[in-house]
Design a protein around this ligand. Structure first.
Ligand SMILES: C[S@@+](CC[C@H](N)C(=O)[O-])C[C@H]1O[C@@H](n2cnc3c(N)ncnc32)[C@H](O)[C@@H]1O
Length: 277
């Protein structure tokens, strides 16, 4: 990504901020101040209630949701249109804030793109992080990504591209609800598509391996939803657009004896300088 120019040449600006996952409780003070100080606010949020809450913070909040088409419109076209409507205001010299649910830079194309375009044209552009679904699942499921390692993929990537997996680490799969959609026009796929995903995963995971289907709370009155099924049952289990799928490690960490021995030699050399062999 192009770095932010030291001195912006143009008057307009854009800040892409994250609202977090749960209404009210995840918004950070810097994101709030970007929203309150903007001339215009664009919103791509998880539901209408969250949008209404944002409207209470600024008199000119414009929803990006209507740009989604029904049936025959590619999401890529929608996301390009988002970039264009936001840039039109930036080019008009206005201070723009674009608010996305979760973290604006996680599994989201247009925030990165609009920042890239704005900087290339000499405008000030900034991304303010937010609490993502990833952060919530670590808390709600008691997972520490540093314990065994953690890999994240858009689920379709495993179908479209040869993707080596490490079954000794956690595997987090995003957008399983529409896995295998090559058209970028559908909002969900079905059991046959999840079966293809299971067939790919079966190369690295046993069919009785636990799969966690997780939905973090988006409203303060909700509890996280956590369902656990065997991998073989994933096709028959509905997965919504707001759910993330996690596979715990399927194999133990394997000690690397050669490297450990090499480190032991170094440690001995530190303890007894001059006796390295
Ligand atoms: C386009 S990505 C957006 C992610 C968002 N930028 C973030 O920071 O979490 C959409 C995916 O996020 C995950 N997701 C969205 N809402 C969720 C929720 N309430 N709980 C768990 N995962 C969620 C799902 O994997 C979904 O397919």
């Amino acid at each position: 990504m192009a770095p932010e120019p030291a001195i912006a040449r143009q008057r307009g600006s854009i800040a892409c901020v994250g609202l977090g996952m749960t209404l009210g409780s995840h918004l950070g003070p810097l994101a709030r101040s970007h929203i309150e100080q903007a001339d215009v606010v664009f919103a791509a949020l998880s539901d209408g209630i969250v949008e209404m809450w944002l409207e209470g913070m600024h008199p000119d909040v414009r929803s990006l949701q209507p740009y989604y088409g029904q049936g025959d419109k590619s999401r890529l076209l929608t996301y390009r249109e988002w970039v264009e409507v936001m840039m039109a205001e930036v080019r008009a010299g206005r201070k723009v804030c674009a608010v996305f649910y979760g973290h604006p830079g996680i599994f989201a194309w247009s925030p990165h793109e609009v920042i890239k375009v704005a900087r290339a044209e000499g405008y000030r552009a900034h991304m303010e992080p937010g609490i993502s679904a990833e952060d919530c699942l670590y808390a709600d499921l008691g997972i520490d990504p540093g314990r065994y390692g953690c890999q994240h993929y858009e689920a379709s990537q495993l179908l479209f591209c040869e993707t080596p997996l490490n079954p000794g680490a956690y595997l987090v799969l995003w957008q399983v609800g529409l896995v295998g959609d090559r058209s970028l026009k559908r909002f969900s796929t079905g059991p046959e598509y999840r079966q293809v995903l299971v067939d790919v995963l079966e190369k690295d995971y046993p069919l009785d391996h636990e799969v966690i289907i997780y939905r973090g709370a988006t409203l303060p009155i909700q509890r996280p939803r956590v369902r656990r099924v065997a991998l073989r049952d994933l096709p028959a289990t509905d997965v919504s657009a707001e759910e993330t799928v996690i596979l715990p490690p399927a194999s133990a960490l394997r000690p690397s004896r050669v490297v450990r021995e090499r480190l032991a030699v170094l440690d001995r050399a530190r303890e007894a300088p001059g006796q390295t062999s």
